[in-house]
Design a protein around this ligand. Structure first.
Ligand code: GLU
Length: 445
């Protein structure tokens, strides 16, 4: 039998100075421990001891030259966490605060997220402490080439298939894929998020944001509610936030905020015209990591150095970084009457925030369920690559919609409490975990 505290004490001892990984691990283990303890097969197979340990961790040196011909050294990583369900699958994050602990937390979450999609994908994550902020396009290309020169030794279309994450979008995937091809001379589905016309899937750029809104719309339906007239706060302004804003306005909601490290924009008229939405893409492409220019351009309010969770809204969608919504932010949202919270960033909410929402019986969806649309369409990109064929955007969008609906149903099935409240965190963890655990038992050690 497993005991949560003694199991986690051992995990902490083995993984010092990795607080984000410990946070993610504790949440999953707490959700599934009763399921494990009541299943003799899981106990005999020591499933928790095995699932918590990554299959392998690869680190490598990335040397590149900046525009002043000065040599730069960064660290690259790939965490190949678990391949019980399929090839390792998960994004690459380029961000100054990336550490091994960050990528272990993301890789661990990815196992269960990918399982929830029902597509045959294992879990992995990678990246670098390289910051794209303020870099020229040429510098980004040189970094990507140097990074892939090392990474290509460890990946392949049936082994490990990276994609984008923070700081890695279509441009970076292009440079990474170009270098892979140069070295290996192969056109395969080794990366997803590729460009349209050279192996990319339609709807992949929008998929995370669209998927989160499809999930939210199921959540609303479950509670006899709809998007019509809802006021929404979104954080971030990158690829995920862009997709979320686009779909929310199509579904009849009004998004009033986006944010960056510099503060947040409050646009009372709604971020809903094609011009405003397209401008978000320009902001990201500028490599400046600021959102203030939006306010200037469209005459909206800019609130410097603060987060959007102080605005009165019906729904909140954190779409930026881990732990971006704290316990205090949650209290503020609850005080202002928030009705639903849909975590769209990976582990966007601190444990205290989740606890506060759940205590107030506000439906709260965790990122591993709500943001699974991105990796789901990556899985569909792999299917199209394997067939050497492309599906229409309607076909992909319809499949994405179906996947998000199924994920919602799986969360409800495993997460309904005695009082009728749906604990989406527990539901997502149990549903995602069971498939991986069963596969591990069936495949032996
Ligand atoms: N980085 C995304 C995620 O967190 C997408 C990963 C992928 O497409 O492989 O799920």
């Amino acid at each position: 039998m497993y005991d949560l505290d003694s199991f986690m004490a051992e995990v902490e001892r083995k993984n010092p100075a990795q607080p984000e990984f410990i946070q993610a691990a504790r949440e999953v283990v707490a959700s599934v421990i009763d399921t494990v303890n009541s299943n003799p097969l899981y106990l005999k197979n020591k499933i928790l001891d095995r699932i918590i340990e990554p299959d392998r961790i690869i680190t490598f040196k990335v040397e590149w030259e900046d525009d002043n011909h000065e040599l730069q050294v960064n660290r690259g990583y790939r965490v190949q966490y678990n391949n019980a369900l399929g090839p390792y699958k998960g994004g690459l994050r380029f961000h100054a605060n990336v550490t091994l602990g960050t990528l272990k937390f993301l890789g661990f979450e990815q196992i269960f997220k990918n399982s929830l999609t029902t597509l045959p994908m294992g879990g992995g994550k990678g990246g670098s402490d390289f910051s794209p902020k303020g870099k020229s396009d040429q510098e980004i290309m040189r970094f990507c080439r140097a990074f892939m020169t090392e990474l290509q030794k460890y990946i392949g279309p049936d082994t490990d298939v990276p994609a984008g994450d923070l700081g890695v979008g279509g441009r970076e995937i292009g440079y990474l894929y170009g270098q892979y091809k140069k070295i290996r001379d192969e056109n395969t589905g080794v990366l997803t998020g590729k460009g349209w016309g050279w192996g990319g899937s339609l709807v992949r750029p929008e998929a995370t944001g669209f998927g989160t809104m499809y999930f939210a719309s199921e959540m609303l339906k479950e509670h006899g509610d709809s998007f019509e007239g809802k006021r929404i706060a979104i954080s971030g302004f990158g690829n995920v936030a862009w997709g979320a804003v686009t779909k929310a306005s199509q579904l009849g909601a009004k998004v009033v905020t986006i944010s960056g490290p510099d503060g947040y924009v409050l646009d009372e008229e709604g971020i809903n015209t094609p011009e405003k939405i397209a401008y978000m893409l320009e902001l990201r492409a500028s490599n400046n990591d600021i959102v203030a220019p939006y306010a200037e351009k469209f005459g909206a309010k800019f609130v410097k150095g603060r987060k959007p969770w102080e605005v009165k809204v019906d729904m909140a969608f954190p779409c930026a970084l881990q732990n971006e919504l704290t316990g205090e932010d949650a209290e503020m949202l609850i005080k202002n009457g928030v009705k639903y919270v849909v975590e769209t960033s990976n582990m966007g909410c601190c444990p205290e925030a989740i606890e506060a929402f759940q205590k107030a019986r506000i439906p709260f969806a965790p990122g591993k369920a709500a943001n699974a649309g991105g990796v789901a369409v990556s899985g569909l990109e792999m299917s199209q690559n394997a067939q050497h064929y492309n599906w229409s955007s309607e076909e992909v969008d319809q499949k994405l919609h179906g996947i998000m609906k199924n994920i919602h149903n799986a969360c409800v099935k495993e997460g309904r409490c005695a009082d009728g409240y749906i604990d989406y965190v527990k539901g997502a963890n149990i549903a995602g975990f069971k498939k991986v655990a069963d596969a591990m038992c069936q495949q032996g050690y």
